[in-house]
Design a protein around this ligand. Structure first.
Ligand code: FES
Length: 135
């Protein structure tokens, strides 16, 4: 996955935050680690950002039993942004459904099989200096 070029991020489920620093090795600053202490297993937070090209980016951060995962919220069918509904990510374009805990496809577009599209892309997460970075 290429470098993230977000200029700002807004966490939907918590106070607003912004990227103040980008690092080639670490990627983009997502949120303070301390902001995630109260997160429960199975809970997700959605962060939205805008690239310099004005393309909207969505990052879904989910706490799993084995740790945090960060997913690119871009539907792998035709690139629309997915919406978090409880533990699933829904694309309103053609109805694809993904698991927020893994990015796995539950249902493909227009009711097609889960094998018809790839899972959501995952970011690599690094925790450093009290921040969560994604790349
Ligand atoms: S773009 Fe998401 S289902 Fe088509």
């Amino acid at each position: 996955m290429g470098a993230i070029l977000m200029t700002s991020l807004l966490a939907v489920a918590e106070a607003s935050t912004s990227i103040t620093k980008s690092d080639d090795a670490l990627g983009a600053k997502l949120t303070k680690s301390s902001a995630l202490k109260a997160m429960k297993v199975g809970q997700s937070l959605v962060y939205r950002g805008v690239e310099p090209s004005h393309k909207t980016i969505e990052v879904i951060l989910t706490k799993t039993k084995s740790g945090l995962i960060a997913l690119d919220g871009t539907c792998t069918s035709k690139g629309e942004v997915v919406t978090l509904k409880r533990t699933q990510l829904i694309c309103v374009s053609q109805g694809s459904v993904y698991q927020a805990s893994s990015g796995a496809v539950v249902l493909g577009p227009n009711g097609s099989s889960k094998d018809s599209i790839p899972p959501l892309n995952r970011y690599t997460i690094t925790e450093k200096s009290g921040w969560i970075w994604i790349k």
